[in-house]
Design a protein around this ligand. Structure first.
Ligand code: MN
Length: 225
């Protein structure tokens, strides 16, 4: 099987099988491909090392992409968008791999190098956070605590409901707030593969360092309806 990359990205792709009759070969085009990182692998150091990025993006996320591409052909999910798969698939391999791709794409694209990241929210999002938590610091404290307190592997999320109200949720395993009808905005990955090389068992230290590389301009864009 040949793997063809397309310039306009995987979301534009159909799961097309281009049969070249004259050559008697079939080219299966993968529906999903590994996202490109919007920064160099060492750009987030020292908060996240180049080695962690290498394994997390290049090995773990790549494996979820490869797994999903094996599971989709001839399934009812074959032509669904990633979010729709996550909303509709029951617990199992399709849900786990699609969920982990969606989670990691949102995770990796929310970061910027510490010197460039807009480290505090502005506008409507900042106002909502202040109204609900009293201060940005109180919000950060609750978000971190929910990440530290999540048992096992999973994700802590800031999301908005259909009216724009903010909520922090803990999601086990590969789950994503879209399953609950929420719009996901910001996430910390608390799977050990996200931090073990750099922080070993110190999940608390890792989570408190992550604020330095969160770019709130990205989160504000996700919050807009
Ligand atoms: Mn991860």
């Amino acid at each position: 099987m040949s793997r063809w990359m397309m310039e306009d990205g995987r979301r534009m792709k159909d799961n097309v099988r281009c049969k070249k009759e004259e050559l008697n070969i079939t080219i299966d085009m993968d529906k999903y491909e590994l996202m490109a990182l919007p920064y160099a692998p060492d750009a987030l150091e020292p908060v996240i090392s180049k080695e962690t990025i290498g394994f997390h993006h290049g090995k773990h996320l790549q494996a979820y992409v490869d797994n999903l591409n094996k599971l989709l052909p001839d399934s009812e999910y074959e032509n669904m968008a990633l979010e729709e798969i996550v909303r509709k698939a029951p617990a199992g391999a399709v849900f786990n791999n699609a969920g982990q791709i969606l989670n990691h794409e949102m995770y990796f694209t929310q970061f910027k190098p510490a010197g460039e990241a807009a480290q505090t929210p502005e506008g409507a999002l900042a106002a909502q956070i202040e109204e609900l938590w009293g201060s940005f610091e109180a919000f950060m404290a609750e978000f971190e605590a929910k990440g530290v307190g999540l048992f096992g592997s999973g994700w802590v999320w800031l999301s908005a409901d259909k009216d724009g109200n903010l909520v922090i949720t803990q999601e086990q395993g590969a789950s994503n707030p879209v399953v609950k009808g929420l719009k996901p905005l910001l996430t910390f990955d608390v799977w050990e593969h996200a931090y073990y090389l750099d922080y070993q068992n110190r999940r608390t230290s890792h989570l408190s360092a992550l604020w330095q590389i969160i770019d709130w301009r990205v989160i504000e864009k996700r919050y807009k309806y």
